[in-house]
Write a protein that binds this ligand. Structure first.
Ligand code: HEC
Length: 155
């Protein structure tokens, strides 16, 4: 094999490895403590309900409702609430950094959405809502594949 095709091959193998790692991280759910599992599910259900209300409010121009529910999502930030020092350590030692980053990003987006609600900016609300939905799909496809095998990773 020539030198060039050898390095091309290693680039190919490297990129395959990278994309595989990105698409199929180990699911985090089996490793959660019972308490973290319960808290996460509670948080997820309240996020889901808030997202539904926000969706309706965006299409009806009810800006105050968009702002309130986006605030509510922001306040439910699992890393900032309800967690004892021990829970926090359990979480940090269980989930990969990518998970924490996605959660942080998601909650930052909810703060921006609240802002767009207060600013009565429908286009911005729509853009952020879509971006947040992308985060749900990305986190579930990457880290919750055991519970949601049907969600495929976004492009
Ligand atoms: C940073 C990762 C992450 C993001 C972002 C995320 N989720 Fe989840 N979601 C999880 C995990 C982990 C579980 C599984 C929790 C468990 O089983 O303990 C879950 C479970 C759920 C469940 C099932 C809850 C139950 O009762 O079992 C719903 C509904 C849900 N998510 C909705 C959403 C919605 C809607 C969004 C976006 C608006 C979202 N999630 C964003 C990580 C995430």
């Amino acid at each position: 094999m020539t030198k060039t095709s050898g390095s091309l091959l290693s680039i190919l193998i490297l990129s395959l490895t990278v994309s595989f790692a990105a698409a199929a991280a180990e699911p985090v759910t089996p490793k959660l403590t019972e308490k973290l599992d319960r808290l996460l599910r509670e948080e997820m259900r309240s996020i889901q309900s808030a997202m539904g209300q926000i969706h309706s409010a965006i299409v009806m121009g009810q800006h105050g409702i968009v702002a309130n529910h986006a605030e509510q999502i922001h306040d439910s930030f699992i890393l900032q609430q309800k967690l004892t020092e021990q829970d926090r350590e359990d979480l940090m030692s269980t989930v990969p950094k990518g998970f924490i980053d996605l959660d942080k990003e998601f909650h930052q987006l909810s703060a921006s959405l609240a802002e767009a609600g207060r600013g009565k900016n429908t286009n911005e609300q729509l853009r952020l809502f879509t971006e947040m939905t992308g985060n749900c799909v990305q986190c579930h496809s990457t880290y919750v594949s055991d519970r949601f095998p049907g969600v495929s990773a976004p492009e």
